[in-house]
Design a protein around this ligand. Structure first.
Ligand SMILES: [Zn+2]
Length: 69
C-alpha cells in the first residue's frame, strides 16, 4: 500500500511563530531522514520542496495509534 502525502496548509502548518512555518505531518507520514513528524521551515518554497521529496509513509506506533490501527 503506497500513499502520498498531500499538503493541507491550513490543517498541517503552524504559523504562530514569526519567520518559521512548522509542518506537523498527520498520522501515517514522517520525514524520510529521521523518525520525525514535525519540522520547521523558513519559507513556503522550502516547505513545498520538502513535501515533494522528504515525506514518506510512516507506521510507527504513534502513527498507528492516531490512525486507529
Ligand atoms: Zn509515525
Amino acid at each position: 500500500m503506497t500513499k502520498k502525502y498531500k499538503l493541507n496548509f491550513a490543517r498541517d502548518v503552524d504559523t504562530d511563530e514569526p519567520g518559521v512555518l512548522i509542518l506537523n505531518l498527520p498520522a501515517g507520514f514522517r520525514f524520510y531522514d529521521e523518525l520525525c513528524h514535525t519540522r520547521g521551515f523558513e519559507s513556503r518554497a522550502e516547505l513545498n520542496d520538502a513535501v515533494k521529496w522528504a515525506v514518506i509513509p510512516c507506521d510507527c506506533p504513534e502513527c498507528q495509534k492516531y490512525q486507529g490501527a
